[in-house]
Design a protein around this ligand. Structure first.
Ligand SMILES: *Cc1c(COP(=O)(O)O)cnc(C)c1O
Length: 498
């Protein structure tokens, strides 16, 4: 025995690979069964106390057999998913993932590469996928494109570039001097339907919430252009620098798409940065029947989009596009002594972390690359069109169903509606609809969420799901009506008691 050399040869690799191979095969077998059978499972189920307790255990000091580790997951993890891969999940705004993408994540982890940059194949693929997304949206060649964790980060990247450009125009190097040096503070504009990540963005950019003016929307929940023009004039007079309009292509509440060509014109005329939050709608550009809805997006200075939404990539992957690649790079690039590029070898390539905030980056491209190669862009476009057709069908069913009503326009794949027995005030109506939503979730029948649009509370179904079939939506409508009928009367009383 030579204890010293044993210790120096310790590794995370198994002593014998064969049992690991066998276990891996069975994990894949069970994963395929899991997905094939997903429709027959409840969409969601509450975790029993014993399961929750397992997640309060401390870190394991000693080893366990990998088979036992996996066995624990089959009991405590796999039966309790969020549910967004289920055909009857329509809450918030998710994608429903795909098996090819899961294989991609597995292989990306096997390869284990860091996509901070470097001269290796994964880095080329990372750039290729980001550039495919650019081509789908129609931004010009030479734009900057980088994969990020999601839409929030993609928006933060775009708005950071906007901040730098507008500060520079005001004579300030914001990277060096910070926003405090900008004499006439920057102002950003968005509609009152803009996603909350833009609040986070102006906060982390040091601009503060007040730098983001939320403007009213019209009956279609689109940014009011007159209000925008007036706000710009008012801010200039008050000593501010109007810097950027954040247009939303597909709002999270209702899917409203701001008037992109008109906002592009206004930004060009007024010298403002034109950013499009396309986390939901940018990929409409590949949907043959609905691409016209986002015409004008190709004029943006920056775009945020989310392949983990309408491309159904497993979480996470977002993408930031910036019309001018050099400006994009200049916003983030650094060249520390320990990360120098070289003429030859593994560092002989542009560093990918120069286009965003992370240094180490995961290999997010592979899951997207594999699914796009397997199915082709055209099929993803058809699936987007299909979601919109299903949403129209759902909206029509709701309108044709007693005591159900639409509460907002549904221009794409998001349907806002509620159960209304008549004669109820807003507060008990809200309580009743929340109870319907919770019962649907708890029964495992369907998962939807709720929101408030222009002061009216409603249920909300976002049909971003390649597994949904028409009969799933028929079930939703009939269950909401049935639950509403059985609850109406009971819930307002419960509210009065509290
Ligand atoms: C989802 C979404 C975001 C945030 O994207 P994440 O991927 O969740 O970070 C931003 N804007 C809109 C319009 C969205 O729908």
């Amino acid at each position: 025995m030579q204890p010293e050399s044993d210790a120096l040869c310790e590794t995370l690799d198994p002593a014998d690979w064969e049992p690991v191979r066998a276990l891996s095969h069975s994990i894949v077998d069970e994963a395929v069964d899991y997905l094939r059978g997903v429709r027959d499972q409840p969409v969601w189920r509450e975790m029993p106390a014993e399961v929750r307790a397992r997640y309060r255990e401390g870190p394991p000091e000693g080893p366990s057999d990998l088979q036992a580790v996996y066995g624990e997951l089959t009991e405590t993890l796999m039966p309790y998913p969020m549910g967004n891969i289920h055909p009857r999940f329509w809450a918030w705004y998710m994608g429903s993932s795909n098996y090819t993408g899961a294989l991609g994540d597995f292989l990306a982890a096997v390869l284990g590469s860091n996509l901070g940059g470097g001269n290796h194949a994964a880095a080329l693929m990372d750039g290729q996928v980001a550039d495919w997304l650019r081509q789908m949206i129609g931004l010009p060649e030479g734009s900057g494109a980088t994969l990020v964790s999601g839409g929030t980060m993609a928006n933060i990247v775009g708005l950071t570039v906007a901040r730098g450009v507008k500060a520079a125009e005001a004579g300030v190097d914001v990277r060096e001097e910070g926003v405090a040096a900008i004499e006439r503070p920057l102002r950003f504009y968005a509609s009152d339907q803009a996603h909350s990540c833009h609040h986070k963005a102006v906060e982390v950019l040091g601009l503060g919430r007040r730098a983001l003016t939320l403007l009213p929307t019209d009956d279609a929940l689109r940014l009011d252009l007159d209000a925008l023009a007036e706000a710009i004039v008012r801010d200039r007079e008050a000593g501010f620098t109007p810097a950027c309009v954040i247009a939303t292509a597909g709002t999270v509440n209702t899917g409203a798409i701001d008037d992109l060509p008109a906002i592009a014109d206004l930004c060009a005329r007024e010298g403002l940065w034109f950013h499009v939050d396309g986390c939901i709608g940018a990929l409409l550009a590949i949907a043959p029947q609905h691409a016209h809805l986002v015409a004008g997006i190709e004029r943006a200075d920056s775009v945020a989009l989310d392949p983990h939404k309408w491309l159904h990539a497993p979480f996470e992957v977002g993408c930031a596009l910036v019309r001018d690649r050099t400006t994009h790079r200049n916003t983030f690039a650094l060249s520390p002594d320990y990360l120098q590029t070289q003429e030859r070898g593994v560092a002989a390539a542009e560093m990918l972390y120069d286009y965003g905030l992370q240094t180490s980056r995961g290999f997010r491209a592979l899951k997207v690359w594999m699914a796009l190669k397997e199915h082709g862009v055209a099929k993803f476009g058809r699936l987007i069109d299909r979601d919109i057709h299903l949403a129209r069908r759902l909206a029509a069913r709701i309108e044709a169903t007693e005591r159900l009503e639409l509460t907002a326009p549904a221009p794409i794949n998001i349907v806002c509606f509620r159960y209304d027995p008549g004669g109820c005030d807003e507060a008990p109506l809200k309580a009743l609809n929340i109870e319907i939503m919770l019962r649907l979730q708890e029964s495992g029948t369907a998962t939807i969420s709720d929101t408030t649009v222009q002061g009216r509370h409603c249920l909300r179904a976002a049909l971003n799901n390649h597994r949904t079939r028409p009969e799933d939506l028929d079930l939703l409508v009939s269950e909401v009506q049935r639950l509403g009928d059985s609850l109406a009367g009971a819930v307002p009383a419960a509210v009065n008691q509290s």
